[in-house]
Design a protein around this ligand. Structure first.
Ligand code: CTP
Ligand code: CA
Length: 230
């Protein structure tokens, strides 16, 4: 049976959503990860599918069930490099990219090929890390004028100042800024409070609401922007 979209806000648009956390291996049994649950990105992928889009969900580590929809193609990735490679493949034909993934900023300089053993002599252990590629920045730098790129900003302090800097430095059309400080943290929660930043526009401070509501509101805003062609 055909999957019927609820609206045609994004009818026939190709939308890529990245969700969840990337992981960087330390040795065969350990990795560096983060607290991303994937809930926000998955909610956005579902909202886009319900709006009639043809969705590619590029997904790292998540703590919740993945969507099963004929409108959502799942692409699994582990590391930041995997995510970058997947986007190099899918971004050129996309209309919209929404980067909700929590991407590792650093990875171990070397992956040890055996399990690192503890030793009685070493009370301290240092891992040398090296930066990963800034996927959003690199991909958005290749953006055509018809393509819309939405980034996220996770901040513990100076939210708007830091997020505004990301809007400019990453060549994004929009940044969804959210606070990840303290017990109200967005990580793992079903709710969030976000502020939308766009070039030459006043910030939109949305109320605390469910991630599903945020996703629907975001899809509406994106469809309006696509129609304006800016
Ligand atoms: N991002 C990315 N590649 C990275 C790091 C982040 O594509 N190596 C993306 C995230 O998916 C998000 C946006 O960039 O859409 C902002 O991520 P965030 O972690 O808030 O910012 P960073 O630029 O990594 O800076 P910092 O962590 O130091 O605040
Ligand atoms: Ca980061």
């Amino acid at each position: 049976t055909a999957f019927l979209a609820d609206t045609d806000l994004l009818k026939d648009k190709k939308v890529i959503v990245t969700a969840g956390g990337t992981r960087e291996n330390i040795d065969p049994v350990r990795f560096i990860g983060n607290r991303s649950s994937g809930k926000m990105g998955i909610a956005i992928a579902n909202a886009a599918a319900h709006a009639g889009a043809d969705v590619t969900l590029i997904v790292g580590q998540v703590a919740v069930a993945l969507p099963q929809s004929p409108r959502i193609k799942l692409v699994h990735v582990t590391t930041t490099e995997d995510l970058f490679n997947a986007l190099q493949e899918y971004f050129p034909i996309a209309d919209v990219l929404i980067m909700a993934a929590a991407v590792a900023d650093y990875r171990p300089l070397e992956i040890v090929d055996h399990k690192i053993k503890k030793s009685a002599d070493n009370h301290n252990l240092s891992l040398e890390l090296t930066e990963t590629v800034d996927v959003l920045k690199k991909i958005a730098s290749r953006k055509r004028s018809s393509q819309l790129v939405v980034g996220f900003a996770a901040e513990t302090n100076d939210l708007l100042q830091n997020a505004n800097h990301k809007l400019a430095s990453k060549n994004a059309d929009m940044i969804v800024a959210n606070s990840v400080a303290g017990p109200q943290s967005a990580f793992g929660s079903d709710n969030n409070q976000v502020t939308i930043l766009q070039k030459n526009q006043a910030p939109l401070k949305w109320p605390q609401q469910s991630k599903k509501q945020i996703a629907n509101q975001l899809i509406k805003l994106i469809s309006t922007k696509l129609k304006q062609g800016d």
